[in-house]
Design a protein around this ligand. Structure first.
Ligand code: HEC
Ligand code: HEC
Length: 474
């Protein structure tokens, strides 16, 4: 039976919140060193750090079957409400067969079976009808507070099982987290992701040393929610620093395993997850970008390649047989895209300060959050599949990205994953005159600005078409 997505999405949100991504956190604001000669204006090199190796096949199994989030809705309740969607999107067997791909069935530490969200809540998405694990979710709706959904679920689970049951105990941590962070993670537009904020809000409720839950937030959680567009996982293998702002430093497995903060009891659980995550990272490093599925004008693309290498490669690298990727952070004063995400770490140092003194920042495989005054120039592999563009998803197509005067101020898309525009490369959209509903992206909101990155403006129309055609080949 088809899963009613309307009903699902609130739950998804909730749980999601749970999961999270801690990925984003921060630390003392680093002023990048003065540029060595040869780097583009405003660019500084991001140094690599040692990574643990792992087993990619085991990593994928853990990703889709693992219990890195160990709390959620009791399995029987979930099945009752949502039925099952066999054959499973991920080809899973056992209890997880037929559960929406964003979730997994796990046995909580007390033995109760629960349905918990996975990384795929945000890191898998359909395009042209095909599910791609590693493609960032660009459709989820975080515009409404899910706390009340959990309040309702609390009543149901208590009624069905009682507060002394294993089911309640296995469910409660997810509900507690979702209710604590619900009011702090609301975005203005469907598709915009509040993951950075989910982490910031969760860490406020965790003891730095042993990660145990603390009911009262330890610092004031800011009200602003800066929207982000979930990055594609296949880019990670080229990067020396994680996250748009390049603040994720040190051990990437440790950084990514922070999603356990949603529901873990304490650091003893975090330690178990941390041991498995080098495998997950190895699997992510094995991913390749999906090939462009429509025809490409090869002679035009060849012209575009020449232009790209002249105007774009110094920041984004070169592609093909001999790949290069310079790993550059570009200062805000040069890139001039919305500064809110980068600035947030300076205005609110509580988050990254918490992280850099926490369990995650200890030991041989420690991670740190070192914010920067700019954004990473990302690799562009598979860029065709990852609209909307820029870190905040404010630009619907590549054509608009490459011509800043043409970028729409209010735009609306259908959220149908086949509504793809091959000419402009990105989502079909309509230009609106105001924000009419959650599907309208309003670039005048704080954090949602679509300015900056004007490097395509100097191109003629024909040159722009050529560069766009070349980008299809990456
Ligand atoms: C609630 C949505 C959400 C969930 C759940 C989530 N992520 Fe993410 N993830 C994001 C967003 C958004 C970013 C980009 C944040 C930024 O750069 O500021 C991101 C970034 C990342 C990155 C860095 C990518 C890069 O190129 O810099 C990695 C790696 C990653 N996530 C792994 C994971 C793993 C592994 C899990 C599960 C344990 C997970 N994430 C769960 C939303 C999520
Ligand atoms: C000075 C360095 C620099 C140059 C030159 C440059 N870019 Fe970028 N580019 C960036 C940075 C930094 C970002 C990320 C900005 C953000 O998300 O706020 C970016 C983002 C992008 C994105 C969006 C990526 C995504 O996933 O949303 C595309 C596409 C892109 N650039 C293409 C180009 C093309 C094509 C050119 C040449 C015409 C070019 N860039 C020139 C630094 C540069």
């Amino acid at each position: 039976m088809a899963i009613p997505t309307k009903i699902l999405s609130p739950l998804a949100l909730i749980l999601i919140a749970a999961i999270v991504l801690l990925a984003n956190c921060r630390h003392d604001v680093l002023q990048p060193d003065p540029e060595p000669p040869g780097l583009p204006t405003g660019a500084s090199f991001l140094e690599p750090s040692a990574q643990r190796s792992g087993n990619a096949a085991n990593g994928y199994q853990y990703l889709i079957y693992g219990n890195y989030v160990g709390s959620g809705i009791p399995f029987q309740v979930f099945k009752q409400f949502f039925g099952s969607n066999s054959p499973d999107d991920l080809g899973r067997t056992g209890d997880a067969d037929g559960i929406p791909f964003q979730y997994n069935v796990v046995t909580a530490s007390n033995g109760a079976k629960v349905v918990a969200p996975t990384c795929l809540t945000c890191h898998a998405e359909k395009i042209n009808g095909q599910l791609i694990v590693g493609l960032g979710n660009n459709t989820a709706d975080y515009t409404t507070n899910q706390a009340s959904t959990f309040q309702t679920a609390d009543i149901a689970v208590k009624f069905l099982y009682g507060v002394n049951s294993p089911e309640w105990n296995a469910y409660y941590p997810a509900s507690r987290s979702a209710q604590a962070i619900g009011p702090y993670i609301l975005t203005q537009t469907r598709g915009a992701n509040p993951a950075d904020k989910i982490f910031a809000a969760l860490s406020a409720h965790r003891n730095q040393v042993d990660l145990a839950w603390i009911d009262a937030a330890q610092y004031n959680i800011p009200v602003e929610v800066i929207p982000t567009d979930v990055p594609a996982w296949w880019l990670m293998k080229k990067k020396n620093a994680l996250y748009y702002n390049g603040l994720g430093r040190g051990d990437f497995a440790r950084l990514s395993a922070a999603s356990g903060m949603l529901t873990m009891l304490d650091s003893s659980e975090a330690r178990q997850v941390d041991q498995k995550f080098p495998d997950v990272m190895e699997w992510i490093r094995s991913l390749e970008a999906p090939a462009y599925p429509f025809p490409i004008d090869q002679p035009l693309a060849a012209q575009g390649k020449v232009l790209f290498e002249r105007k774009c490669a110094e920041c984004h690298g070169t592609y093909g047989a001999e790949e290069t990727y310079p790993n550059l952070l570009i200062q805000l004063s040069t890139i001039r895209t919305d500064s809110s995400l980068a600035n947030m770490y300076q205005v609110y140092p509580e988050y990254h300060t918490w992280y850099n003194n926490s369990w995650y920042a200890q030991g041989t495989h420690k991670a740190q959050l070192l914010p920067n005054n700019g954004y990473v120039a990302p690799p562009l592999d598979g860029i065709w599949a990852t609209a909307p563009y820029l870190h905040n998803g404010s630009v619907p197509t590549i054509d608009d990205l490459l011509y800043s005067a043409q970028r729409p101020r209010f735009w609306k898309r259908t959220f149908n994953n086949s509504d793809f525009n091959q000419q402009k490369m990105g989502w079909n959209y309509t230009v609106e005159t105001s924000k009419t509903d959650i599907n309208t992206y309003d670039t005048s909101l704080p954090g949602y600005n679509n300015g900056g990155h004007t490097f395509g403006d100097v191109l003629t129309d024909i040159e722009r078409k050529a560069v766009l055609e070349y980008l299809k080949t990456l």
